[in-house]
Design a protein around this ligand. Structure first.
Ligand SMILES: [Zn+2]
Length: 204
């Protein structure tokens, strides 16, 4: 599995990509709240660990139905229903944004190495039972002990996890910085296109 920082960054990038979807609260504080919600959604599929943890075996249902496009679509429908009830939000765009933020988790897990067979997960279930994993891994796996609560906590807090986390932080912070730089360049170009060209009025 990729770690929460990478999934949060992916959720943040989806938030930036869909930030023009109408929302009730367009204030700066509202934008940060919305970004935080997207970062949580990016991590949501791994909350399946909590159910397993409560049952005494953290890995019990990990990477099961929570890591499928069916779950992403169901979450999108749920986001649309919530938007409809709240009012003042565009229902379909909100549903699609929610599904995209959820699906960003599946994309990152697909890009993460997995040494334990079967490698990857059944991301396309129920349309396919096959396990999928990217031919080239962008993120390194951390070995989570899903058999016991003690083993789980020990593997999450261990030094190997810290090292993977550090590498991941560099990768995702670089991706976010690139995205923001591209946004700024696009905004500058759009602004320049709106300005009248120097001397154009004299020529007219
Ligand atoms: Zn996951």
């Amino acid at each position: 599995m990729a770690l929460p920082i990478a999934h949060a960054a992916a959720g943040y990038l989806v938030h930036r990509a869909v930030r023009r979807v109408p929302d009730r609260d367009r204030s700066p504080a509202g934008a940060w709240r919305r970004a935080a919600v997207f970062m949580v959604i990016g991590n949501l599929p791994d909350f399946d660990f909590l159910i397993g943890f409560a049952c005494g075996r953290p890995g019990l249902i990990h990477r099961g139905v929570s890591h499928t496009i069916l779950a992403a679509a169901a979450f999108g429908v749920l986001a649309g229903i919530v938007a409809r009830r709240r009012g003042g939000e565009a229902v379909m765009p909100t549903a699609l944004a929610g599904a995209a933020a959820y699906a960003s988790h599946l994309l990152l897990d697909w890009l993460t190495s997995d040494a334990r067979p079967p490698e990857g997960a059944q991301f396309l279930w129920p349309f396919s039972d096959a396990y999928y994993i990217a031919p080239v891994a962008l993120f390194r796996e951390i070995r989570i002990d899903g058999l016991t609560r003690e083993g789980f906590v020990g593997s999450v807090l261990g030094w190997p996890t810290v090292l993977v986390l550090a590498r991941e932080a560099v990768l995702v912070l670089g991706a976010v910085a690139l995205w923001r730089a591209a946004e700024a360049a696009y905004a500058r170009r759009a602004l320049a296109a709106l300005r009248p060209r120097a001397g154009s009025e004299d020529a007219a």
